[in-house]
Design a protein around this ligand. Structure first.
Ligand code: RUQ
Ligand code: CUA
Length: 681
């Protein structure tokens, strides 16, 4: 077989292909280097040691279900924020306090696929209070509090499958949205797949978002069974409207690659959500049964709770005329982006040869003049030319997403031709092009989807990395590239890798966040039911087969640190309170043979590790975070006896309390020195 001619042919053609690709990439790379090497690119991204970056940037972690926080322009990675995925690094989703965050009607889900981070806005401008992000697989939206950089709330979206067009915000964060990517029967029931046209529907969800801890579905709009892809709110004159792209208006349910690419135009759904509010208030929405979970972190106890909800308000556009219009849009549109003035609605048609731009004012006029072509399930379809402001001709191949610089320019990502194209709003002229490496999906300008973009940098979020970094086996990191957009021509400044697939990102001047960043949790306000606020309060308690250990962590010991009386068959809960009240003094806790993950305990909070010892013996536990000069001494032992053993419950609380506190005070700790250095800046 090795010698067969077909194999040889295959090898030869493969070699040719490799050579061709190699040539392509080396050409591209040298072209890139030409761009990079103009002027002072390095100095523009250089952030000196000890200095801060100018922007916080939040990148979706895609299929890692998290968020990565980067500094711009340096591209330095600052933090991972766990959202929909368990994270063994912090214990998120493993410890007892955060487990409820991942609760859904499908059970506890340890993973999701994040796509679109979205900053909260005030009057159409990112304000630095919260970041929202969607879970695409098991439709959910999450709130991240930008004081603590922690996920504080997750809402499941019922009557949906694939939460892709999400969680874009209205200008004052009254609502964030989620549209179903995949249409399914609503409510979801057992039907033949080939009954798609009769039975499958889409939904658009409007979610109240301006009150922390109280996210909920305000209402859903029942839509024809297309795929809903992305969305953006109107602003300024178009405030009160929301625009969603749809594809698969063919309603294909197999081989979509072919069957959903038949129509020359699909649609943008223009939703008048103020009108929807009025119809809901007037009782025109039905109360539909819908099971979903709302999970939120209590601020004082820092324990998450889950509540199950059982119905939503469902509005059928037929019962609320004027609530939705369809704008024909070529072809299989993906992104839909509204310019800073609120007049222009730009679509990125994956298979379109132009970038179509709709005019909001023309749309209102076309509605008033009833310029309708057809109706789809009670939704009027406007005439393409009646809403069209213009088309960008020959933009490149595979337009996906557009952001704005606030100076009248738009920037569109071209997936197939791997470039960013800059064009002028109003004249639709292409002004500049920049090759990017490779296959750009989203692009991001800080505030670039808002009323007031900070139009200094553009980040290209590339799907394919290939030869940009040292090879790391078959799977490479994804790649981001930073461009300077202050001049007429874009300038390439920097490549940096990203982890998971960063579909979209958001960024905001650091000044809007850094002053609010919380340094520790106040111990006095810790209302966790198992909080231990002083060394002398530690102990061990048995409740049937459950053993609760109350423990403190402080540099450089746990108290108690010797525990006896645990038996095989018990479930042990280590409730560890970090009683430090100082910035960046975090302790960790791990115990031999634990089958979950460590817990990381921020100063002032309590975290609980559940542990089921499987055999008798002595089990050490230790601090996992190098917290002090005597971090290696920060350890203890649990004795595990046979079931029914007469070994009494015992915790060495009081003897250790005094001597260790005295010792900790006598030693200078490296974290304190680091803290002082930070404080001096
Ligand atoms: S997607 S690459 Cu936003 Cu999930 Cu466009
Ligand atoms: Cu605490 Cu190391």
């Amino acid at each position: 077989m090795i010698k067969s001619p077909s194999r040889t042919t295959l090898l030869v053609s493969a070699t040719i292909a490799v050579v061709a690709i190699g040539t392509l990439y080396s050409c591209s790379t040298s072209a890139a280097n030409d761009n990079v090497l103009v002027g002072n690119a390095a100095s523009k991204v250089y952030v000196a040691p000890g200095k801060y970056d100018e922007y916080y940037a939040f990148f979706s972690g895609g299929f890692n279900g998290q968020i990565m926080v980067y500094g711009l322009p340096s591209g330095r990675l600052l933090k991972f924020v766990s959202v929909f995925s368990q994270n063994p690094e912090t214990g998120y989703g493993y410890n007892e306090e955060t487990k409820p965050m991942l609760q859904t009607t499908y059970g506890s889900i340890p993973w999701d696929d994040t796509h679109h981070p979205e900053l909260s806005q005030t009057d159409g401008v990112p304000d630095g209070r919260w970041l929202f992000i969607n879970g695409n697989n098991t439709p959910r939206v999450a709130r991240i509090d930008l004081k603590t950089f922690e996920t504080t709330e997750i809402l499941q979206i019922p009557n949906a499958a694939g939460g892709h067009a999400s969680p874009f915000t209205t200008p004052n964060t009254k609502y964030i949205v989620s549209a179903t990517r995949f249409s399914v029967p609503i409510p979801n029931t057992d039907v033949p797949i080939d009954s798609y046209k009769q039975n499958f529907k889409g939904t658009l969800s409007f979610i109240t978002a301006d009150q922390p801890g109280k996210m909920d579905i305000a209402f859903q709009i029942l839509m024809p069974g297309f795929n809903y892809d992305l969305g953006h709110a109107g602003k300024g004159p178009s405030d009160g409207w929301f625009f969603f792209t749809t594809y698969n208006s063919e309603q294909a349910y197999q081989k979509l690659e072919l069957n959903a690419s038949q129509n020359d135009k699909d649609f943008i759904a223009a939703v008048n959500y103020r009108q929807a509010e009025q119809c809901v208030a007037a009782g025109k929405a039905k109360t539909a049964p819908a099971e979903y979970f709302h999970n939120f972190m209590d601020e004082k106890s820092r324990v998450a709770r889950s509540e199950r909800k059982s119905s939503v308000k469902m509005l059928n556009p037929q019962d609320c005329p004027g609530v939705v219009y369809y704008l024909p849009t070529p072809k299989s549109p993906h992104g839909v982006d509204v310019d800073p003035t609120g007049e222009y609605i730009v679509a990125g048609g994956k298979l379109a040869t132009v970038i179509p731009v709709h005019s909001f004012s023309k749309m209102l006029k076309a509605i008033a003049d009833k310029q309708f072509d057809a109706e789809v399930q009670g939704i009027p379809v406007l005439k393409y030319n009646s809403t069209l402001a213009g088309e960008v001709q020959k933009p490149g191949l595979g337009p996906l997403h557009t952001e704005f610089d606030g100076k009248g320019n738009a920037y569109t990502s071209m997936f197939i031709s791997s470039e960013i194209v800059k064009w002028k709003l109003g004249t639709w002229q292409v002004l500049d092009r920049m090759p990017v490496y490779y296959s750009v999906g989203h692009l991001m300008i800080p505030g670039g989807d808002s009323k007031k973009p900070w139009g200094k940098y553009l980040v290209s979020l590339n799907k394919i990395t290939k030869d940009r970094y040292l090879p790391t086996g078959p799977e490479l990191a994804q790649s981001a590239q930073l461009l300077d957009i202050t001049g007429d021509k874009m300038k390439m400044l920097l490549d940096f890798p990203t982890i998971g697939e960063p579909h979209y990102a958001q960024a905001i001047p650091a000044d809007l966040i850094k002053g609010n960043s919380q340094k520790f949790y106040k111990l006095a306000e810790n209302s966790h039911p198992f909080a231990t606020k002083a060394e002398a309060d530690g102990g061990i308690r048995r409740q049937g087969k459950n053993v609760h250990i109350n423990m403190i962590a402080i540099r450089s010991h746990f108290a108690p640190d010797n525990l006896e009386g645990v038996q095989v068959g018990d479930t042990v809960y280590f409730h560890v309170t970090n009683i430090e009240q100082d910035w960046d003094i975090v302790h960790g806790f791990g115990v031999l043979g634990a089958d979950n993950a460590e817990v990381i305990i921020a100063p002032g909070e309590t975290r609980t590790l559940r542990w089921i010892p499987k055999s008798t013996g002595i089990y050490p536990f230790y601090c996992t975070d190098f917290c002090s000069a005597l971090h290696q001494e920060m350890q203890g032992y649990v004795r595990v006896s046979a079931p029914g053993s007469t070994v009494a419950l015992k915790a060495n609380v009081s003897e250790r309390a005094k001597s260790q506190t005295a010792r900790a005070q006598a030693l200078p700790m490296h974290h304190e020195a680091a803290g002082a250095a930070n404080g001096s800046r």
